[in-house]
Design a protein. Structure first.
Length: 262
């Protein structure tokens, strides 16, 4: 369990920030919606957008954990079920075939299937993940802490928003089995607190579980997951720098400012 502190929220309201705020208050934590510089207060945990985080995490002395940009490309094919390459937006503009192109973490351009590279939006060069086009029958968001799925939610069906709790879902056992196998073999390649998205890939002949992506637990929609259990992962993923462990140091966005707790 993360030590008691307070939850600092970016000013942009979201349904998830409201749910996490209520969960934090239930366990006796203070909640503060930020408006500018924050100084002289210790024990902060952050939830909100990366852009706002860049302006306040030094004042808050928070360590932000996030998976590496190329994490998907490091996984065995059996866990991703498609070919994925780490590249740049500039290189993606030369594509002559349809591809799914997305920024690895910052939302610098829309993640989408582009018919060719010429259809990508204009803008400066940036890191990009390029994947072959696949069809997801259903996708799930899992909150992972110390290699264990704490809670989860279905969030889409064939690309349409369709939030349902994981608990009691007809795919609950299959989701846990796939996630447990993945985390047992590859869990050390992720921060100790992370959001893991997985889904059921479909083709003409088969349906197989695969990883969609991994994201920062401190920024994302919890959909129909338990906010009380999701909060445990959120607090670890963006907590006091004094609590950063050596294991998580390599996943810390601002590691140069954070001394490991050991």
């Amino acid at each position: 369990m993360t030590k008691q502190g307070f939850l600092a929220l970016a000013p942009q309201y979201t349904t998830t920030s409201e749910l996490l705020s209520a969960a934090a208050r239930r366990r006796g934590m203070d909640v503060e919606v930020l408006g500018g510089r924050v100084t002289g207060r210790r024990g902060a945990h952050y939830y909100g957008a990366p852009g706002f985080a860049a302006h306040v995490v030094d004042d808050l002395e928070v360590a932000l954990l996030e998976p590496s940009d190329d994490w998907l490309t490091t996984l065995p094919y059996e866990y991703v079920g498609r070919h994925i390459a780490m590249s740049t937006l500039g290189e993606a503009r030369h594509l002559s075939r349809p591809a799914f192109v997305k920024p690895p973490r910052e939302k610098s351009f829309p993640a989408a299937v582009y018919p060719t590279g010429a259809d990508l939006p204009p803008g400066p060069d940036a890191p990009a993940l390029i994947s072959e086009v696949v069809t997801w029958a259903t996708e799930f968001r899992l909150y992972v802490l110390d290699g264990e799925v704490r809670t989860g939610s279905q969030y889409t069906t064939f690309g349409r928003l369709d939030a349902q709790p994981l608990k009691g879902h007809r795919h609950e056992a299959a989701v846990h089995d796939f996630a447990e196998d993945l985390l047992t073999r590859c869990g050390e390649s992720l921060p100790s607190a992370v959001v893991l998205d997985i889904g059921l890939l479909t083709s003409d002949h088969a349906a197989d579980w695969a990883v969609v992506e991994a994201n920062m637990a401190w920024f994302g929609n919890c959909y129909a997951a338990s906010p009380d259990r999701a909060l445990d992962a959120v607090l670890r993923s963006a907590g006091p720098r004094t609590e950063l462990t050596e294991r998580d140091r390599r996943y810390c966005r601002n590691a140069g400012d954070a001394a490991p707790a050991g």
